[in-house]
Write a protein that binds this ligand. Sequence first.
Ligand code: B12
Ligand code: SF4
Length: 524
Amino acid sequence: MQKLSVGIIDIVSKGPTRALYARIMNANLASIMPQVIGVWCRQEGHDVTFVCYTGFEDLLEELPGSLDLLFIGAFTEAAHTAYALSNLFRARGAITVLGGPHARCYPEDAMKYFDYVLGFTDRGTLLDVLQDCSQHRPVGLHISAQRQPLTLPGVRERWEFIEPTLKKTPLLKMVPMVGSLGCPYTCSFCIDANVPYQPMDFGQIREDLRFLRTQFRRPLVAWHDPNFGVRFDDYLDMIEEAVPPGSVAFAAESSLSLLSEPHLKRLKHNGFKALLPGIESWFDLGGKSKTGALQGIGKVRQVSEHVNLILKYIPYVQTNFVLGLDSDEGEEPFELTKAFLDLTPGAFPGYSLLTAFGRAAALNLDYQSEHRVLPFPFHFLNNNQAMNVRPRNYGWRSFYDHVIELTRYSFSARSIVRRFGATQGMTSRWLNFVRAVSTEGSGRLKYYREIRKRLDTDSQFAPYFAQESDELPEFYSDLVRNDLGTLMGWLPIGGIKHDPYSYLKSERSATPLVNAPLQPLVRL
Ligand code: B12
Ligand code: SF4
């Protein structure tokens, strides 16, 4: 095969930024797969230029002018940035490939702007692309492996990409690792509900942990597993065998049902510093939090007791909630979350506005069938800048009133002080404080208040939210323009819009794009 000049961009910022929080955090949001693609391409003998785009880089300076092949990894919120970059590099002669959450959730749309759009990606999928490496326009090829890859290059092999990425952040340096893919649970809203659980290679993880101790005095590992700790004892045995307890610090997303007190003791002993359990709702999804049929204030009390127990062992705990679920009605769910905050002052609340990310979950077909999905541009689909599902039991005005009140309460001076006092360790305390007074607390409150005000005063807002008009309020198009900066000039015409019903249409058509998530789509 001819030697190719390959570029790889891992987009973690949807546009240029100068924010202090972004300087500290963005490089810590780097994904594993773009680094994996880099390793595999180099192993195949190609020249690779890798950039993790944190919002501070000039991509045109960092990437060679004449690339043969450009891979972009993007979340949906960065789709327009990705589309603009693809257009720009295609104009310079490159073939472009999109992978990552946006490619998995909105392949039909992405195929209009990329030569290849990848779903599950293993080495075979990559080799197909490298061998074909040709233009597929106006509609790109969609390729997916049959299943998640069984192995991925570990930290040692990815180090040539991890090291320069972490150099971009001055303080916290989190190394991304993955111990398992898929999940045995089947939460209907989750992208992993149908993806079988599989552990990754223990030998490699052990070696990676040992390797990291040669690079940092005290490494910090962020597990990217959808649900860390499913085979709890096997994992903890492996970590204990690999490195002395506490010599590596860990952060992980784990469901409450896996966090019993004996497990917590073991996690503490092994240096786990941050856990992000999902609570999601007081009226639904009880299986995940091990509360079964328990609902309402009973569930609040039980979960609060559990989270306070976690906080005895783990200094940093973020509890995740989804706002606007169909099971929620009236002010009760919001009041219950406030009660939870009072009972559990040490937990940092992470709120997501209900969002249907295209093909991410079968549940999204229900929202689409009920015609409840709004066409908000991808740029706003990050769980907080827009909610693209019309709530079943709320009008938009009352919904935003509740969201504003909950956000105000969660990040009020009183809550911040109580959280500070109830958290162990200076890093955790300050991280909570900075998050509360910057983008997530006061930043979001200001934004939600603006949306609420415009629902009354901006004549484009109410009809758009009520699905009576498809005309995007200028407020939103101005934000996209502003956030994309000079890249806006490269966003293809029509690229800002998408069909929010393409998943349903495809499922109902004679030739659905994806019959089942694990089927290959188009093989070269
Ligand atoms: C770990 C994780 C995080 C971590 C790490 C993020 C990161 N940069 O990877 C953290 C906590 C930082 C995070 C943050 C966010 N996350 Co997150 N996260 C996940 C999670 C749990 C696992 C993803 C993962 O790494 N899996 C392991 C990899 C190996 O597997 P994979 O993702 O399935 O990828 C396969 C293919 O897609 C492909 N692939 C993936 N990337 C690439 C790149 C290239 C170039 C190629 C060719 C192929 C390829 O290959 C893989 C193997 O088959 C998923 C949920 C899930 N269960 O998947 C949500 C998920 C990806 N996150 C989501 C969201 C919304 C967010 C946030 C916007 C939340 C927020 N409001 O802050 C932010 C955005 C951060 C950012 N812009 O970078 C959504 C994305 C939906 C979407 N379409 O955009 C998901 C799907 C959860 C959901 N709500 O359903 N997240
Ligand atoms: S437990 Fe978490 S990762 Fe597993 S299916 Fe439910 S939401 Fe998804």
